[in-house]
Write a protein that binds this ligand. Structure first.
Ligand code: ZN
Length: 128
């Protein structure tokens, strides 16, 4: 049976309890030291380090390192990947910009032809 690590909120002691997979979540854990029910599952440091946010951060760092801001195609590829990774529908204008970047149009030319986009491109700069 797997072990689960807990910390007692009442006495502060660590406790390692054993549950079967079917018991876990159904059985109320009890502090073996003081009998308190105020006992919380400890989340390992590894699990915390691999939270969604830091995963996105490290992925973006990698992508930013390979980003050539002077190359519209590189920028377009980066923006497309960001859009996908965020899992949000960033709208038709975003997709149009990405398409035009990937065709090699300069960001300045696209911005001039689509004045509404200036705000969006500004916020993208903040990533770097
Ligand atoms: Zn306790």
């Amino acid at each position: 049976m797997p072990f689960y690590d807990y910390r007692c909120q009442a006495c502060g002691k660590l406790a390692r309890l054993q549950f079967s997979y079917s018991e876990y979540g159904k059985v109320q854990p009890v502090c073996p030291n003081c009998g308190s029910l105020e006992i919380k599952r400890r989340i390992s440091r590894v699990a915390v380090a691999k939270s969604e946010d830091s995963r996105l951060d490290s992925m973006m760092e990698g992508d930013l390192a390979g980003l050539d801001e002077d190359d519209p195609r590189s920028l377009g590829k980066f923006m497309r990947k960001m859009g996908k990774e965020m899992g949000e529908d960033l709208g038709g204008e975003f997709n149009e910009v990405v398409d035009r970047l990937e065709k090699g149009e300069s960001p300045e030319a696209i911005e001039q032809s689509m004045p509404d986009l200036a705000a969006g491109l500004d916020s993208l700069d903040e990533i770097g």
